[in-house]
Write a protein of this length. Structure first.
Length: 273
């Protein structure tokens, strides 16, 4: 289970960020689409297991299978590029600009959303036999998740918005640690173990992940959830995206870069007289 030391895998993070900025539009969209779709399926899987067993922790333990699949296949989540691409800018890589970083974020957002929406439509059809029957048990749960995590925050006003933002920060602290985990090892088993642990923490703690929510809330609306599109956008997606950006970049990207690439001068030992 080959392990790379921090200075090596943080350099890989910067290299990956640079590569994503210069990737073609077509490839960026395709990879983001597939990432959103696979993560959405993993969310369905986790909710289904939770409903079947009655134990949310089992769903949390199994959810990272989707995350591991999409990263092993080289697909991209917005929460990952939030952390990686700014490092290439900070490292002054040739040709990397703020515009290039923002372009990448925009394309990945669109691709992730498209993938998540496609799965939301497909699973809503499955849960309702083509919208000919009321949602099954899993579909009903997904509808209620949408209500609780929009109107549930809205009832607390500014305090609810702050809580949502912080949960978004905590989420991408863990998820971006999983992204880094894929770079820590050069073996499949090592990568999977390193990715699995922090992603399981995020899901078990029900932190807010913007891409998972791109599936949960549109699907919830299709399945009869008692909230609106504006409730979803204002009381979940926007503050979650901002929290994901700040949390992942601050607690994962910048801290690793600062202490393993731009290290401070070592202290000089003073000789005792």
């Amino acid at each position: 289970m080959a392990y790379l030391v921090p200075s090596e895998f943080v350099t890989k993070m910067v290299d990956a960020g640079e590569s994503k900025i210069f990737m073609s539009t077509r490839d960026t969209i395709i990879r983001a689409f597939m990432a959103g779709a696979i993560l959405a399926l993993a969310a369905v899987f986790a909710v289904t297991v939770t409903v079947q067993t009655g134990y949310p922790i089992i769903g949390a333990i199994l959810f990272p299978v989707g995350f591991c699949m999409l990263y092993l296949l080289g697909f991209d989540l917005l929460t990952g590029v939030f952390v990686l691409t700014p490092l290439a800018l900070l490292d002054k890589r040739p040709g990397v600009t703020v515009g290039g970083v923002l372009r990448n974020w925009g394309l990945v957002f669109v691709g992730n959303f498209m993938g998540a929406i496609v799965v939301a439509i497909m699973m809503s059809i499955v849960f309702t036999f083509g919208f000919s029957t009321p949602p099954d048990k899993v579909g009903q749960v997904i509808g209620h998740i949408g209500e609780g995590r929009t109107l549930g925050y809205a009832q607390y006003g500014a305090a609810g918005m702050l809580t949502l933002f912080i949960r978004g920060m905590l989420c991408n602290w863990m998820v971006s640690t999983g992204v880094v985990g894929a770079m820590i090892s050069t073996t499949v088993s090592g990568k999977v173990i390193a990715m699995w642990m922090p992603v399981m923490v995020f899901f078990a703690m029900t932190f807010e992940h913007s891409i998972v929510n791109m599936f949960l809330f549109p699907a919830g609306l299709m399945l009869g959830g008692k909230f609106t599109i504006m409730d979803y956008i204002i009381w979940n997606e926007i503050p979650t995206v901002l929290g994901n950006l700040i949390g992942g970049l601050t607690f994962t990207g910048l801290t690793l870069y600062a202490t393993h690439i731009k290290t401070a001068p070592k202290r000089v030992a003073s000789l005792a007289r």
